[in-house]
Design a protein around this ligand. Structure first.
Ligand SMILES: [Ca+2]
Ligand SMILES: [Ca+2]
Length: 226
């Protein structure tokens, strides 16, 4: 009986220490928060939860429920939901960014996103979509990790990046294109997850409580043996 209690307490301890399923730390990573269905086919707007990058163009939220092909054929269904982002707003370099704070320094961060060429016409044809994506330390704006991607295919490609959370505990996700035509690379389903950090205070409380129970169980067992 006591052995069973000990096992149960130990199992509970392991459950308390285990890292919970990785949740997306970004707000509106799927770009569904702003309804663009009533606009012609896009909404020239900074998506909810995101910010413009100073000096860069504001992006377009593209809604595929709009009946195409006028004025630009949409070659790509959203990777999630009914909307995605065209990183180039009008005809200037565009991008978005979002800050996430309260991270445990050293925790392994994983940024994932989907990108693809979403449109083509006589102007855009022959100009592959390209974008760069990075995780930056908010205090220094230094890139902790960065990547770039170029494609001329209307296919969503999964891109990932990993970095350790900086001592500030705050990172900036930044995604931008150097594309200067009106339809830049498409972007959807951006996610940032953290794993392997120090347990949260609530987990510590559970652990301390659990060790207390375990100690009590062991003491009783020893007494029973004696
Ligand atoms: Ca979406
Ligand atoms: Ca555009």
């Amino acid at each position: 009986m006591m052995r069973m209690v000990t096992r149960m307490v130990a199992a509970g301890l392991l459950a308390a220490v285990a890292v919970p399923a990785s949740a997306n730390l970004l707000v509106n990573g799927d770009f569904e928060a702003d309804d663009a269905s009533a606009s012609p086919y896009y909404l020239r707007q900074i998506p909810t939860g995101w910010s413009a990058i100073p000096g860069l163009d504001i992006v377009d939220i593209i809604d595929t429920n709009y009946s195409q092909p006028n004025p630009i054929p949409i070659l790509l269904d959203p990777q999630s939901g009914s909307q995605f982002i065209d990183l180039n707003g009008a005809a200037a370099i565009g991008g978005i960014r979002q800050t996430v704070s309260g991270l445990t320094p050293g925790a392994l961060l994983t940024l994932s996103l989907y990108a693809g060429q979403w449109a083509t016409n006589s102007t855009i044809s022959g100009s592959p979509a390209s974008l760069t994506y990075s995780l930056r330390d908010v205090t220094t704006n230094a890139a902790l990790a960065s990547g770039s991607f170029t494609t001329d295919r209307p296919v969503w490609t999964l891109l990932t990046l990993t970095a350790a959370a900086p001592t500030s505990g705050s990172v900036r996700v930044q995604i931008e294109t150097a594309f200067t035509l009106q339809a830049g690379p498409g972007l959807d389903n951006v996610s940032l997850t953290a794993a392997g950090g120090v347990p949260e205070p609530a987990s510590w409380a559970l652990m301390v409580g659990g060790f207390g129970l375990l100690g009590g169980a062991l003491r009783q067992r020893r007494r029973a043996c004696a």
